[in-house]
Design a protein around this ligand. Structure first.
Ligand code: PMP
Length: 399
């Protein structure tokens, strides 16, 4: 510990990091389950959850053991060969998703990028319909589908023929989806866009429009997948059958990994139209095999549903109790959002001082993405910390 403290990690990062991240003054050095520790040894309840990558908890022993075992056997194996771990993962993942094939990659943006390319290739069409407040990643194709102007504007021109329609507005989508539309891209709950759940009728309507007009239906489950919302995949709440489903974040228990699940309507893809060196690497596949087993064995989807209900019962009346500060509380399972009337930054800072790490979703929404293994008693402590911060900030506003 003394050795750790003698190095100023924050200064090192600040001096040499790209500059594209706004960081908090906190150096995290260790994690276990739903807890994180900083370099001074302080423990935090983690409601950042690796920004969605830690659903099975930090350093889950089964994931750690799988990584350790595979690390001594084979690390690199591009998809010009077959591989035992990859074969087993493809079987497990496609069964889990009830979709026949998958393209393996390394991140959410890559999984979305693959979905968009496959949709264009399969339909021979060029147009993409996405939604306002949607977030799909920051590579050029995924960014073109992302709505937030401050992410997009510095990088214009983006990929042509993308349009954004109002979320949860089926009539607007109906007007936008044409015989030229390759794909419609939507999240079941908009995560980065403010924790906004879609209506079931809206999603079913989008799927039907896609079928009717020959477009492919892409459901981006990068943030909502792997138990987060109370089902293994959020679209299962509404019995949807996406044609393409990008996933990433928690797929491999915290190791960088992604996948684009591919449905029957996509048809045959051809060698060389897409690919990536690390896609389907044995280390990531072994980690993903273990992480998916943990999700199933520990029934973490059901746990997320129950804990989500607990949080909603506990905090659902914040807009009434803290009328001056809270506009709305919403979410699905353990993808939980509290929309504030003011900025979320001071709330995050005050929560950190109380030992709770949480996320924003835009400027005004407090987002909680705890590992699904979090204890209910810890969520109760999070709820108390939020109440106490709102009380403190409310008192400050009156002064
Ligand atoms: N899609 C969604 C719905 C996301 O929430 C994110 C990440 N927040 C992405 C895509 C991009 O994933 P990554 O950061 O791994 O590129």
């Amino acid at each position: 510990m003394t050795e750790r403290l003698s190095v100023d990690y924050m200064a090192l990062e600040a001096a040499h990091s790209s500059g594209v991240y706004a960081k908090r003054a906190l150096t995290i050095v260790r994690g276990e389950g739903a807890y994180l520790w900083d370099a001074e040894g302080n423990r935090y309840i983690d409601c950042v959850g690796g920004q969605g990558a830690a659903n099975v908890g930090h350093c889950h022993p089964k994931v750690v053991a799988a990584i350790q075992a595979q690390a001594g056997v084979l690390l690199s194996c591009p998809e010009l060969f077959y591989n035992d771990q990859r074969a087993l993962l493809l079987q497990k993942l496609t069964r889990l998703a009830a979709m026949p094939r998958a393209f393996l990659c390394n991140s959410g943006a890559e999984a979305v990028e693959a979905a968009l390319k496959f949709a264009k290739f399969a339909t021979k069409r060029t147009e993409v319909v996405a939604t306002m407040r949607g977030f799909h990643g920051r590579t050029m194709g995924a960014l073109s589908a992302t709505w937030e102007p401050k992410y997009r504007e510095p990088f214009a021109p983006l990929v042509p023929n993308y349009q954004h329609v109002p979320f949860n507005d089926l009539a607007a989508a109906e007007a936008a989806i044409t015989e030229q539309t390759a794909a419609v891209l939507v999240e079941v709950v908009q995560g980065e866009g403010g924790v906004r759940p879609a209506d079931g009728d809206y999603l079913r309507g989008l799927q039907a429009l896609c079928r009717e007009r020959g477009a492919l239906f892409i459901v981006d489950e990068v943030q909502t997948g792997f138990g987060r919302t109370g089902r293994m995949f959020a679209h299962q709440h509404y019995a949807l059958a996406p044609d393409l489903m990008p996933v990433a974040k928690s797929i491999a228990g915290g190791v960088p990994f992604g996948a684009c699940l591919i449905g029957e309507r996509v048809g045959a893809l051809q060698p060389a139209i897409h690919g990536t060196t690390f896609g389907g690497n044995p280390l990531g596949c072994a980690a993903a095999l273990a992480a998916i087993d943990v999700l199933i064995e520990e029934d973490l989807s059901a746990r997320a549903a129950a804990l989500g209900d607990f949080l909603m019962a506990r905090l659902g009346d914040l807009p009434r109790r803290f009328r001056a500060q809270v506009r709305e509380v919403r979410g699905l399972g353990l993808l939980f959002g509290i929309e504030l009337r003011g900025k979320v930054a001071p709330v995050l800072k005050a929560l950190q001082a109380r030992g709770v790490l949480a996320l924003p979703a835009g400027l005004n929404v407090l987002r909680l993405l705890p590992p699904l293994v979090i204890a209910q008693a810890d969520l109760e402590q999070v709820a108390r910390a939020i109440e106490s911060v709102l009380e403190e900030l409310g008192a400050a506003a009156i002064e």
